[in-house]
Design a protein around this ligand. Structure first.
Ligand code: HEM
Length: 494
């Protein structure tokens, strides 16, 4: 075994020696990579994004890093990220699949696919999220209903310190369930609990160091425990989804679709008839695309929104004066009645606090990896077709040329002199261009309604014995940047 490992290492060393010589003279600059490791040893693994920020200061807004033998071009700063993702979206708009996602999704679904299949799934998902979720009053009602369940859970702690992760995750997951399956679950329903827990576990494991290493050296690290566990949990989730789909199929009424899955099944049935009549067999509406798209919506739509909400509550506990100001605005404008989406325009400070939470926490620092669809000379640098691209969103959200206090929690970034809410172009936590987050509108509605309703009902404070200064804002690095483990007290104020 040792012999085999040494031979494989040598093969990697030899193959990796190619990255020290540039194939084209004007490729993006970057730190000199070491054989096999590339620039890994130069990354601060606890804060890898800080290293990327430092590198962008040294090498400019388009630079190269090697993660092992894998070459990545990082795009940094508002001007560069926007130019690439928006002005050259046809060149920078394809998805690069990390090895684990390639294995799991196999080119199906919406988040890790490319080409015609991706286009069809994205179009269908957007239309149906709109019909069953985003932009519709029905969705607002679903979120408002879920707020009440979440409030009841928070109340049960009677002001004692608790970890907000599980209840917030359940509430946010239920919104996706309502949109996708057409109904919500009780938080203690075993089927729901396993869906939520398994999805959270897949996301956590996907960001683990051993999976990052597997992505860099797939043939060497196939045996890692984390990879095997992800495969196992993923299969269980897939099976559970198939069971739910079977139940939905039994009661399917084409005239009254309950959610995304029903709409997909109805279209598949219609297309099957067409296929039989016409002999055309290249439809993308098949079972694999259904199950993967549902799992992608679940994974992309739960962790992100619930992590952002938890950052918001943590920041309120850390900055009580800002929390007071939010609550004063809510009392003055809303009083005791339920907050609605239409209230957002009358709550500029609350809106600014939510935007500032997203800006500062920057939970998806390098978006999902993109890749180039053709050779391009971009800002004077040659980038080869198929190169992995990291749109470095944190560099935009913390760009000192765009934000007065890039590293502080400063809601005034989104307020003008009259304290009216102002939109900022460099606010791109959902990325930009053709791969922009598919659930942006839904996420924004959820963040506003959940955050404002929770702040209307509770005052958030650190656990007894912990001062506001001691609340740690250092993120835990995984697939997203989430708050490090902590507890908060939710003291009823209504
Ligand atoms: C992709 C952020 C909520 C579904 C993304 C990307 C980012 C992002 C940065 C990658 C864009 C790129 O590669 O350039 C966020 C944040 C959220 C959030 C910060 C919440 C605060 C949601 C929700 C859903 C969702 C609620 C689903 C309903 C997706 C999907 C993709 C995606 C399907 C892949 C799109 C594609 O590849 O075409 N999101 N997201 N996200 N998001 Fe979100």
């Amino acid at each position: 075994l040792l012999g085999a490992v040494i031979v494989l290492l040598l093969i990697y060393l030899i193959s990796s020696s190619s990255f020290s010589t540039q194939k084209h003279g004007n490729e993006p600059p970057g730190p000199r990579p070491l054989p096999l490791f590339g620039n890994l040893l130069q990354l601060d693994l606890k804060k890898p994004y800080n290293t990327l920020l430092e590198l962008s200061k040294k090498y400019g807004s388009v630079f190269t890093v090697y993660l092992g033998t894998k070459k990545v071009v990082v795009l940094s700063g508002y001007k560069t990220v926007k130019e690439a993702l928006v002005d050259y979206d046809d060149v920078f708009g394809d998805r690069n699949q990390p090895e684990i996602m390639r294995e799991l999704s196999q080119g199906h679904g919406v988040a890790w696919s490319n080409g015609d299949s991706w286009k069809e799934m994205r179009r269908f998902a957007l239309t149906n999220l709109r019909d069953f979720g985003m932009g519709k009053r029905a969705c607002e009602d679903k979120i408002i209903e879920e707020c009440q369940y979440l409030i009841e859970v928070f109340k049960k702690f009677q002001g004692e310190a608790f970890d907000t992760t599980q209840p917030v995750n359940c509430a946010v997951s239920n919104i996706i369930c309502s949109i996708v399956y057409g109904s919500r679950f009780e938080y203690n329903d075993p089927e729901f609990k396993s869906l939520v827990d398994r999805t959270a576990r897949i996301i956590r494991l996907s960001g683990s160091p051993s999976i990052q290493i597997f992505d860099m050296f797939p043939s060497l690290f196939k045996w890692t425990a984390d990879r095997n566990e992800i495969h196992k949990i993923f299969s269980a989730n897939k099976k559970q989804n198939q069971t739910i789909f079977s139940r939905l199929k039994e009661t399917l009424n084409p005239q009254m679709c309950r959610g995304f899955v029903d709409a997909f099944l109805v279209l598949t049935l219609l297309l099957n008839v067409y296929v039989q009549e016409s002999g055309i067999t290249n439809s993308h509406f098949h079972n694999e695309n259904l199950v993967m798209t549902v799992m992608h919506l679940f994974a992309a739509g739960t962790e992100t929104t619930s992590t952002t909400l938890r950052w918001g509550l943590l920041l309120m506990a850390k900055y009580p004066k800002i929390q007071d100001e939010v609550q004063e605005e809510l009392r003055r404008v809303i009083g005791d009645r339920q907050v609605q989406v239409a209230d957002r325009k009358n709550l500029p400070f609350t809106d600014a606090v939510i935007h500032e939470t997203q800006r500062l926490s920057s939970i998806v620092p390098t978006a999902l990896p993109h890749k180039t669809t053709q050779d391009i000379t971009f800002q004077g640098h040659f980038i080869e077709k198929g190169t992995t691209i990291f749109p470095f969103l944190t560099s935009v959200l913390h760009d000192p040329n765009e934000w007065e206090r890039p590293h502080s929690f400063y809601p005034a970034h989104f307020l003008d002199k009259e304290k009216k809410f102002v939109k900022r172009d460099a606010f791109i936590p959902f990325s930009a261009g053709r791969r922009i987050c598919l659930g942006e509108s839904l996420a924004r509605m959820e963040l506003f309604l959940f955050f404002a309703t929770l702040l209307q009902h509770f005052c958030f404070t650190p656990a007894p014995g912990v001062s506001e200064d001691e609340l740690d804002l250092t993120p835990s690095v995984g697939l997203t940047l989430s708050p490090s483990p902590h507890k908060l007290c939710a003291v009823s104020c209504m």
